[in-house]
Ligand binder design. Structure first.
Ligand code: ADP
Length: 489
């Protein structure tokens, strides 16, 4: 198999770092072979990025022309939707139906930030005054380090690259070790769409080597990271030391709550989708299920029945609900959490192991799993598993529920199922979470800010704040009175 080039400072070339192999998680077969970026690649990419964002030829282009590049990328993505979805399914094992959605969402994100780029306005912050007028303009930050995880590459990468470029920055993107392919494809599409050389480089490689070298480089002016809380904390420390902003979208252990007036069928289906889609490999997965006592037995029985009916298999088989997990090591870590749940006194109602089907033996599959009998303080309820594991717990009153739901270091998302909107809304306000879904779960809108409370992160992506997060305000004072100073004489 030929070695894939990486994209450094506008050039396609073999990386100068160690060899990397991308494997199809359904059978371990090789998808692509490439060389990671080396230190010299990092230095060249960042030097070119620093020149490119300062270049007046790009900086002084009217917003409409910068937006046009993003519009072209969006069209190119949709023209190649199927090919891109297939590539992403091979790279990370997600079912094709899901990766098609992620590709479409990346195209929509590019369109949204093209629009944001055109409508972003500066401000005249002072009231009308005879003495002074002030202007406040939004300027780019400079070189942005974008670091992404393996679970939703094209969507999470576009969520950083599009607003950063729309805001006038240059981006050095480091995709996750396991999934370098979509980021490289994105670079190809941006190049085709006419993005000037140097504004985007894609540097695959190990986080601890290449990621670390990028974020510590003195020319990097912002870190935009999505990934685990541990790495996020480490990057926040580097950002603090360097006094640069960091936006961090981190882990979660989101509660899904069923009140006793909920539509049981709607709730059961939404709960299954919320935890088992993407085989649970989602920071927003609804992993803790709290059900009001009256509905507990019937609701858990229905969730169990639906979970047993979900189809686990090759991501390219139509009608599949869960593909394999990203790697055998990750599957083993999910299995270890199920073993721990049993030690902690949990009862496995559904799944809890790899599927028996011999046709799936080469892949890192794990069955949708439902556990009960645990307390919210159990490790399995406190730690992010990032797999298809749901723990159900009953509750009696709302005060007890709120205390349990908020008893987590995380605060990324939450779900509420209820027919009583005022009650659901009161509860939504009491939950410590950056996103609360009521009678839906895992639905997204690009114009709605997304991010975490507590250890789930810092900052928000999406929406108009999503572009301003890549800008800094400059205030300019215009003296109008003819007086050059405030001394009386
Ligand atoms: P996961 O999301 O798998 O829990 P991480 O949070 O470690 O894992 O990974 C998310 C991204 O962060 C990946 O692209 C990874 O390579 C990168 N990364 C990991 N460690 C570092 C580091 N020290 N510096 C910069 N990037 C890192």
């Amino acid at each position: 198999m030929s070695v894939l080039p990486i994209f450094v400072a506008g050039q396609w070339r073999t990386g100068k770092g160690e060899e990397m192999v991308s494997r199809f998680p359904a059978d371990g077969s090789e998808v692509a072979r490439l060389n990671a970026a080396g230190e010299q690649d990092v230095a060249e990419a960042i030097a070119a990025a620093d020149r490119a964002w300062r270049d007046p030829a790009w900086r002084n282009r009217v917003p409409h022309e910068r937006a046009a590049v993003l519009h072209r990328v969006s069209k190119l993505i949709m023209a190649r939707q199927e090919e891109l979805a297939q590539l992403q399914s091979r790279d990370n094992g997600k079912p094709l139906a899901e990766t098609r959605g992620l590709v479409a969402s990346a195209a929509a994100t590019a369109r949204y930030f093209a629009a944001a780029c055109e409508v972003l306005e500066g401000e005249l912050p002072t009231p009308r005054s005879a003495a002074v007028m002030t202007l406040s303009e939004y300027e780019p930050l400079g070189v942005v380090a974008a670091i992404t995880p393996w679970n939703s590459p094209i969507a999470s990468e576009m969520q950083k690259v599009a607003p950063a470029l729309a805001a006038g920055n240059a981006v050095v993107l480091k995709p996750a070790e396991a999934t370098p392919l979509m980021a490289l494809k994105l670079a190809e599409l941006f190049e085709q769409a006419g993005l000037p050389a140097g504004l985007l480089s894609v540097l695959p490689g190990k986080g601890s080597v290449i990621g670390e070298a990028i974020v510590r480089h003195p020319a990097v002016r912002k870190i935009s990271f999505t990934g685990g809380t541990r790495t996020g904390r480490h990057l926040a420390a580097i950002a603090a030391e360097r006094l640069i902003p960091a936006s961090l979208e981190l882990g979660g252990k989101s509660p899904t709550i069923v009140l006793d007036d909920a539509d049981l069928e709607q709730a059961a289906r939404g709960i299954c989708y919320g935890i088992y889609s993407s085989a649970g490999q989602a920071c927003i997965a609804g992993a803790r299920l709290f059900v009001q006592r009256k509905l507990y037995q019937p609701l858990v029985a229905r969730v169990a029945q639906l979970a047993r009916g979900l189809r686990v298999g090759d991501p390219f088989t139509p009608g599949i609900h869960l593909g394999p997990l990203i790697s055998a090591a990750h599957r083993d870590s999910v299995a270890a959490y199920v073993a721990l749940a049993k030690e902690e006194g949990g009862r496995v109602l559904v799944g809890g192991e790899a599927p028996a089907d011999p046709a799936l033996s080469k892949g890192s599959y794990f069955l949708p799993t439902l556990i009960e009998g645990l307390d919210n303080r159990a490790r399995v309820c406190q730690e992010e598993i990032f797999g298809p594991v749901l723990v159900a717990m009953p509750f009696d009153d709302e005060a007890e529920l709120i205390a349990m739901a908020n008893d987590s270091v995380y605060g990324l998302a939450a779900g509420i199922w209820s027919r009583d909107f005022p009650r659901a809304l009161r509860l939504a306000r009491a939950l410590e979470a950056g996103t609360v879904w009521i009678n839906t779960y895992k639905t997204f809108s690009i114009s709605t800010p997304f991010g975490g409370f507590k250890e789930s992160g810092l900052g928000r992506e999406k929406g108009m704040q999503g572009i301003k997060a890549y800008m800094q305000q400059k205030s300019i004072y215009l003296g109008l009175s003819g007086q050059s100073n405030l001394w009386s004489d």
